[in-house]
Design a binder for this molecule. Structure first.
Ligand SMILES: [Zn+2]
Length: 253
């Protein structure tokens, strides 16, 4: 009898000893709002194969496992290729960070391998992206921060591990990256963000965002959930990729 209760008690003590928050199951943060795009999944690969999908996840794991260990945590990244969900999510619970990546996202026509890497970086950004946090106790970064850190820090270290597709940048992107220390890496970062901007605008029935038309709105306090517009998310990818300040459309200094 009482064994289960005892185990639960031991578990909660372990969680407290590691200083991690005892997050509820609901404390899981997604790449984007819940949607019905999984209904469009044919199950056939679009821009990447299952092998490429798994290789990107393995590369990210290799980069972040030491960071997790340094925090006294375990990192798990689940590669759910056969799942049609067009999203991704991350939770931190009892000293374990769990990221779920879905084939439905990888098979979207808008999503290139680099863009998929940015989705994964958004999820890793929730766990390792720093303040502002959605809830300080669990140290899970705000949506805008997950985008910003994902584009700036995570993607910069992950993209060199992923074979480039030879995609040509727009004149705007080529020009923006001309003076970057690694211009081809900078171009890949911005192109990845652009693809996700297109996906998000499809999902939300908003106009396709454009790096050249930033969201000029200014928040009176930091938005911890999704920025109000897809354009604002795109602006955040640009700011992260170019090492600029976080946009005022979601971040309040
Ligand atoms: Zn998120």
């Amino acid at each position: 009898m009482g064994t289960k209760k005892l185990m639960m008690a031991a578990l909660s003590v372990a969680g407290m000893a590691m200083g991690s928050a005892q997050a509820s199951d609901k404390e899981v943060y997604r790449f984007m709002e819940d949607n019905n795009l999984h209904l469009q999944d044919s199950g056939f690969a679009a821009n990447m194969t299952q092998e490429e999908f798994e290789a990107i996840i393995d590369a990210a794991y290799a980069i972040y496992a030491p960071a997790a260990k340094a925090k006294g945590e375990v990192l798990k990244i689940n590669a759910k290729w056969s799942d049609s969900t067009v999203n991704a999510n991350c939770g931190r619970n009892f000293g374990t960070v769990t990221v779920n990546m879905y084939g439905g996202m990888a098979r979207r026509p808008e999503v290139t391998p680099d863009a998929f890497a940015l989705v994964l970086c958004h999820e890793l950004g929730h766990a390792y992206g720093g303040a502002p946090y959605i809830r300080a106790a669990s140290e899970m970064s705000a949506e805008g921060q997950a985008d910003y850190y994902g584009a700036q820090t995570c993607l910069k270290s992950l993209l060199p591990k992923i074979e480039a597709t030879g995609e040509e940048p727009s004149d705007y992107i080529a020009n923006k990256c001309a003076r970057a220390s690694n211009s081809s890496l900078c171009e890949r970062q911005l192109m990845a963000g652009e693809h996700l901007g297109t996906l998000l605008s499809t999902m939300k029935n908003e106009r396709t965002p454009d790096y050249e038309t930033p969201d000029k709105s200014v928040v009176s306090r930091t938005e911890l959930s999704y920025p109000k517009t897809v354009q604002c998310r795109l602006d955040t990818y640009q700011a992260g990729s170019l090492g600029l300040a976080r946009p005022a459309c979601w971040f309040k200094n």
